[in-house]
Design a protein around this ligand. Structure first.
Ligand SMILES: CC(C)(COP(=O)(O)OP(=O)(O)OC[C@H]1O[C@@H](n2cnc3c(N)ncnc32)[C@H](O)[C@@H]1OP(=O)(O)O)[C@@H](O)C(=O)NCCC(=O)NCCS
Length: 157
């Protein structure tokens, strides 16, 4: 059974493995720094006690939210796990009265774009050469103040 819970420091190695498999190309030490700054936004998904996915949701200085990272272990994709973990992040943001959440996604990352569009994100801009290999990013945003959308929820402990 999939269970969503807060990240704990002992999950770090597992999270790094998932991030590497997903080729997120982010500095893992930043994950720990973000956890220290905003532990309420770092969620993991567990399958029978094993961490199989994570989301790092942070706050921006203007009070908006930002999804910094999301990834699911390859063996566990297309089971709604990213949707469940992101929905926990949206709940957290709504509790904090965050007006919107945004993220960047590679223009060629169609699976992630489809995931985000399905969750109510819309494209609000293009960030040219945003990634180190020169690929552009789409900037996507989701309004958090409208009525809640029906969604898949995991068990949150
Ligand atoms: C993107 C990612 C997080 C999705 O995780 P996931 O747990 O498989 O996503 P979900 O099962 O919640 O998918 C929800 C919906 O997103 C879309 N989606 C997800 N993966 C997809 C794929 N490979 N192809 C097409 N659509 C996809 C579908 O609409 C899916 O609904 P469906 O399965 O009912 O058709 C995962 O593929 C991943 O870790 N990718 C590598 C890291 C990455 O790209 N992160 C995002 C960086 S911005």
């Amino acid at each position: 059974m999939i269970r969503i819970r807060y990240f704990r420091p002992e999950d770090f190695n597992r999270v790094v493995e998932i991030a590497e498999e997903a080729r997120l190309n982010q500095d893992p030490m930043l994950y720990l720094e973000l956890y220290q700054l905003f532990p309420d936004g770092f969620f993991v998904a567990e399958d029978d006690g094993n961490v199989v996915g994570f989301v790092i949701a942070i706050m921006m200085v203007d009070g908006g939210g930002r999804i910094f990272a999301v990834a699911v272990k390859k063996s566990h994709r297309r089971r709604g796990i990213a949707t469940m973990t992101l929905n926990e992040a949206f709940k957290m943001y709504r509790k904090k009265k965050t007006p919107y959440v945004q993220l960047e996604v590679r223009v060629d990352n169609y699976p992630a774009q489809r995931l985000y569009r399905g969750l109510g994100f819309v494209e609000v801009g293009v960030l040219p050469s945003y990634y180190s290999d020169g690929t552009d990013a789409l900037l996507m945003r989701k309004d958090l103040q409208g009525p809640s959308q029906p969604h898949i929820s995991g068990t949150f402990v």
